[in-house]
Design a protein around this ligand. Structure first.
Ligand code: PMP
Length: 410
């Protein structure tokens, strides 16, 4: 296997070996052109056909309705924090040309480090134009009063009457907090009430925005059709860094120059959804290689049985890992960081208790050929990322190591 180890890193993260081997061939000769993928023109008929297929596969896998466009762009999740604000402020200005900065609100659900960052960026960009509001801050409901360890109770979410956007992060990669898929769970998708009353927008559709960077394509997206914008960097479940996927509802694809004439902040053309959409994601040179690898991953996903297959496997992987952490917790060796019900399937975070134990854990795992387990530098601890390319036998190997580690430590 080329001397490869199991990479539990949070991103960039593991890709399927079969895809990497296929990509090696494409680097030399893409689609029979005689030119490698990193060298071929993005306007060649072979590459534009490839891009069309990427879009089709995302549409099929996620069941994206015709009301939404699929766009490929760059800049990762971080760029999308800004891009979504600029485009949806423009939309809001066109809908409500005379709204004051106080009446132009952007609602942020803050359940972890990434949604917090997104809100901070919105505040920077809209100073003087709009008001950024926190719908709910999960730290208030945490065990220690300062950590992101939960999805707060739905009754605590306070939305504005007519927001320009409502933003949430589906899976908090650093903190390991995710909205539950079981609709009965208290940590489930918290926007049903908002969408049902459609209080936002005064007749216009609710501008619900989701950062799906670290849970994109790990399972179906609940109420996808009710979202205004879904964005995701590719470098977790889908491919190399340098590519971001956008799913944008048609009413959010607006003329940003017309909005600027009414007083909205100007939008760089390369960041305009309309510009991207009008040019089929090829307004400028896209991240050709990243799109190529993502395309290979998508083909493989289709062949493996689609998202219901990945959902079933990902659920099993997460459940068995949480079970062994729970066992360690009973023995006083491990401590889960996230409250029951809000635990992520993709990023499992926990602590190894006792002086020097964490390093012993990391070193032991590395000796067994498992890397990328160190928690994010801001929170410490252990983080196991269980993206699609991590197989069930690989999780079993980690669990065997953890069981052994517990025996040695007790
Ligand atoms: N949002 C989430 C949920 C993320 O996990 C990340 C990156 N780990 C980002 C945004 C930022 O993405 P990027 O580094 O691609 O800008």
């Amino acid at each position: 296997n080329h001397g490869r180890v199991i990479n539990f890193g949070a991103g960039p993260s593991a890709l399927p070996l079969s895809v990497l081997e296929e990509a090696q061939k494409g680097l030399l000769n893409f689609s029979g052109t005689g030119i490698g993928i990193a060298e071929v023109s993005h306007r060649s008929k072979e590459f534009t056909a490839f891009v069309d297929q990427v879009e089709k596969n995302i549409r099929t896998l996620l069941d994206v309705p015709p009301t939404h466009r699929i766009l490929l762009t760059q800049g990762g999740g971080t760029a999308q924090f800004s891009v979504v604000v600029l485009n949806l402020l423009a939309r809001h200005r066109l809908l409500h040309p005379t709204a004051t900065p106080e009446e132009t609100t952007l609602d942020y659900v803050v359940t972890g480090s990434w949604s917090k960052k997104a809100a901070e960026e919105a505040r920077r960009l809209t100073a003087g134009h709009a008001t950024v509001r926190t719908v709910v801050d999960a730290r208030v409901y945490s065990k220690d009063g300062q950590s992101f360890d939960n999805v707060p109770p739905h009754a605590e979410f306070r939305f504005s009457a007519r927001p320009a956007l409502v933003h949430y992060c589906e899976n908090e990669t650093v903190d390991g907090v995710e909205f539950a898929h079981d609709a009965q769970s208290p940590a489930a998708f918290p926007f049903d009430r908002l969408l049902e009353t459609a209080g936002a927008g005064g007749g216009a559709l609710v501008p619900l925005v989701a950062d799906y960077s670290s849970s994109f394509l790990c399972r179906p997206i609940p109420r996808l059709a009710d979202h205004a914008v879904i964005y995701a960097g590719a470098q977790k479940n889908l491919g190399p860094a340098g590519l971001a996927i956008l799913i944008v509802r048609e009413d959010c694809i607006v003329d940003v120059d017309a909005a600027a004439r009414l007083g909205a902040p100007p939008v760089p053309l390369i960041l305009s959804y309309k510009q991207l959409a009008d040019h089929g994601s090829l307004y400028n040179t896209p991240s050709v290689f990243a799109i190529y690898v993502a395309g290979l991953v998508l083909e493989r996903m289709k062949a493996s049985g689609g998202l219901l297959y990945y959902e079933a496997v990902n659920k099993r992987k997460a459940q068995k890992l949480y079970a062994v952490i729970h066992e360690g917790e009973q023995k006083g060796l491990f401590r889960r960081k996230v409250q029951q019900g809000s635990e992520s399937w993709m990023n499992v975070v926990f602590e190894v208790l006792g002086e020097g134990s964490e390093n012993k854990f990391l070193e032991g795992a590395e000796q067994e050929g498992m890397k990328g387990l160190k928690g994010h530098r801001s929170v410490g601890g252990i983080r196991v990322s269980l993206y699609n390319a991590i197989t069930e036998p690989e999780v079993d190997k980690l669990i065997a190591f953890m069981t052994h580690f517990m025996k040695e430590s007790s």
